[in-house]
Write a protein that binds this ligand. Sequence first.
Ligand code: DC
Length: 226
Amino acid sequence: MNQIAVAIDGPSGAGKSTIAKTAAKTLGFIYVDTGALYRTIGLAVFRKNFDALTPDEVISVLPEISIKLKYIDGAQRVYLNDEDVSELIRTPEISLFASRVSVIPEVREFLLDMQRDIANKNNVIMDGRDIGTVILPNAKVKIFLTASDEKRAERRYLELCGKGIETTPQEVLNDMRKRDEKDSSRSLAPLKKADDAILLDTSELDLQQSINAVINIIKNATNAED
Ligand code: DC
């Protein structure tokens, strides 16, 4: 049972997924992108074309949803009722839906056991907003990863362009601020640094430096108790 859990939390565009994915591969851990879970519920709800998107409407969809994570060559794929939605959930529209559904307690509850279950069975690097504070409060290593708004927006813009999604730098910055505000100000499991998390600001680091910094933090913390 004694699995190692690394919790990486932080705002959108801080590089959590890219960094965590590579660090997990290097260390032989499973990388769990919990944002994908909220995005999948966001997609399921989006497809319902609700007018107002009330909490009751969102909750009414949950019984129809089965989410599975599979790991193919170490990469996470996410399935909504057996449909691979790994790419469909990455649009700016679904980002906002994910953020909107994530404030609903029943949605968070729906995903809680699934996240803990994966961490019970595997050495994981799990990224999200509330991993170190709520999902895995006893994680061996907690990192709060952040960067300046401008840097984060610039990175997210380039990432979306690379995926062929049309947008502008200003639109990305505006969407990101809107989402960060929503994620940080919600009363339930807000985006927040855990008291015992190590703060890592990647504004002035390139990708490789950020990955090295994360791997060093994990190695130091896990070797310390060997
Ligand atoms: O990490 P991401 O951008 O893919 O996450 C999408 C949304 O899901 C994010 O705006 C807030 C929500 N989320 C959350 O509330 N808790 C998590 N652990 C992960 C994501």
